[in-house]
Design a protein around this ligand. Structure first.
Ligand SMILES: *Cc1c(COP(=O)(O)O)cnc(C)c1O
Length: 367
C-alpha cells in the first residue's frame, strides 16, 4: 500500500466539475484582477471568522507582510513571536526591518507560551504575533492581556487554523488582525497561492485595501509605499467552490485524528494534545516520538508520506544568526524540532490506510 501525506487529487475528484465551471466563468468574463468573486469570498471568510472585514491577498505570507506594513511596523521596532513556526511568520517581520523577538513554546500545544511574553516586552515592542500551529489556537486570553497592558498590536498567524476556535471565538477574530493562507495544503486550499486578512478595525481594513494596490488611492496617487498583494479572482472562484465543504473536511480530519489517538493510546507515540478550550481543525496531525529519524526512514520504506514540521526552529536558522540566538536558548522549541513527525490526516483517508500508517510506526519499537 501507499499512503501519501496529502492527496489533493482525491479531493479534487469530488468537486472537479464545479471548479472548472467557476474558473471558466472568470475566464469568460475576463475580469482577471479583483471583481465579484474576490469580494464574495472576502464577505464569506469574514462571516465564518466572526470578523467585520476581510481583505483578499496574494498569499498567507503577503497577508502577514501587508498587515505589518499597514500597522506601520518598521525599522527598529520589535515583534514578539514563536520560533516554532513556518518561516514566513518571522521572514515577514525581518523583511520590514523589524526585529523578531522569540519566546519559547508550550510543549503540549507547540504554541507560544504566554508566560514568557511580558518579560520580553521592551520600549521597542510594537506587536505580538502568535501562531495557531497545526490547527489549534494559541492561548489568546493571556496574550491579549499583555497586549492591552502595553498597547501592542496582535497579529494572529492563523494560516493553519481557519475556523479553529478558542473559548468559542474564531481564529483571527481576537487580535488586531488575523492572517489566513490558501496554500493548497491548508484546510481551505486554493489552486495556487492565495491568502486573506480579517479584522474588526475599520481603519486598518481601509489601509490594507490600499496597501495591496501599491498604496494607491485613488489610482496613481500613492499615500504610502505598498505592494502588489492582490488575490486572483481565479483563486477566489475555486475557493468559493471549496468553502461550503470546509467544515465537513475539518470534521473528517478530526475523525481521523480520533482514530489514530485510539491506535496510539498507551504506546510510545505521544499524540497531539487538544486543549479543552479549543476546537482544532488538524491542519497537521503531529505526534512526538523517540528515535524520530528511524521512524521517518521506516515510513519511507513502507511508502508512507510524512513530514517534519519543523526541523530547525527559526531562531537557529542561518539567516537569523545576526540576532545572536544559540542552541539551548529556547529549549522546548528545540526539543520539539527533534521529536515531531506529521502523519497523513487528510479527510479522504480510509481506515485501512490509517491502520497501515499507525501499524508501521508501532512496528519500529521492535526493530
Ligand atoms: C502556510 C503558512 C504561512 C504562509 O502562507 P503562504 O500562503 O504559503 O504564503 C505562514 N505561516 C504559517 C504558520 C503557515 O503555515
Amino acid at each position: 500500500m501507499q499512503v501519501s501525506l496529502l492527496d489533493l487529487k482525491a479531493q479534487y475528484a469530488t468537486i472537479k466539475d464545479e471548479v472548472l465551471a467557476a474558473v471558466s466563468e472568470v475566464l469568460e468574463s475576463q475580469r482577471c484582477i479583483g471583481g465579484p468573486k474576490v469580494a464574495e469570498l472576502e464577505e464569506k471568510i469574514a462571516a465564518i471568522s466572526d470578523s467585520r472585514f476581510a481583505v483578499g491577498v496574494s498569499s498567507g505570507t503577503d497577508a502577514i507582510l501587508s498587515c505589518l506594513m499597514s500597522l506601520d511596523i518598521s525599522t527598529g521596532d520589535e515583534v514578539i513571536t514563536t520560533p516554532f513556526t513556518f518561516f514566513a511568520t518571522v521572514g515577514c517581520i525581518a523583511r520590514i526591518g523589524a526585529k523578531p523577538v522569540f519566546v519559547d513554546i508550550e510543549p503540549k500545544t507547540f504554541n507560544i507560551n504566554p508566560e514568557f511574553i511580558e518579560p520580553a516586552v521592551t520600549e521597542k515592542t510594537k506587536a505580538i504575533m502568535p501562531v495557531h500551529l497545526f490547527g489549534q489556537m494559541a492561548d489568546m486570553d493571556p496574550i491579549m492581556e499583555v497586549a492591552n497592558k502595553y498597547n501592542l498590536a496582535v497579529i494572529e498567524d492563523a494560516a493553519q487554523s481557519i475556523t479553529s476556535m478558542y473559548k468559542g471565538r474564531k481564529a483571527g477574530s481576537i487580535g488586531t488582525a488575523g492572517c489566513f493562507s490558501f496554500f493548497p495544503s491548508k484546510n481551505l486550499g486554493g489552486i495556487g497561492d492565495g491568502g486573506m486578512i480579517v479584522t474588526n478595525d475599520e481603519q486598518l481594513y481601509n489601509r490594507m485595501k490600499i496597501m495591496r494596490n501599491h498604496g494607491a488611492n485613488p489610482k496613481y496617487y500613492h499615500k504610502f509605499v505598498g505592494g502588489n498583494f492582490r488575490l486572483d479572482p481565479i483563486q477566489a472562484a475555486a475557493l468559493l467552490v471549496k468553502l461550503p465543504h470546509l467544515d465537513e473536511w475539518s470534521e473528517g480530519r478530526r475523525r481521523n485524528a480520533a482514530y489514530y489517538d485510539k491506535k496510539f493510546a498507551g504506546t510510545f507515540v505521544q499524540t497531539p494534545y487538544v486543549s479543552s478550550e479549543c476546537v482544532t481543525i488538524y491542519n497537521q496531525y503531529c505526534v512526538r516520538v523517540p528515535r524520530r529519524d528511524e521512524i521517518v526512514a521506516h515510513l519511507k520504506e513502507k511508502n508512507i508520506g510524512c513530514a517534519i514540521y519543523y526541523p530547525v526552529p527559526i531562531h537557529l536558522q542561518e539567516c537569523f544568526s545576526y540576532l545572536g540566538y544559540k542552541e539551548g536558548d529556547l529549549p522546548e522549541a528545540e526539543k520539539a524540532a527533534k521529536e515531531v513527525i506529521a502523519l497523513p490526516i487528510y479527510p479522504e483517508l480510509t481506515d485501512e490506510m490509517k491502520d497501515y500508517v499507525a501499524d508501521a510506526i508501532l512496528e519500529v519499537e521492535n526493530i
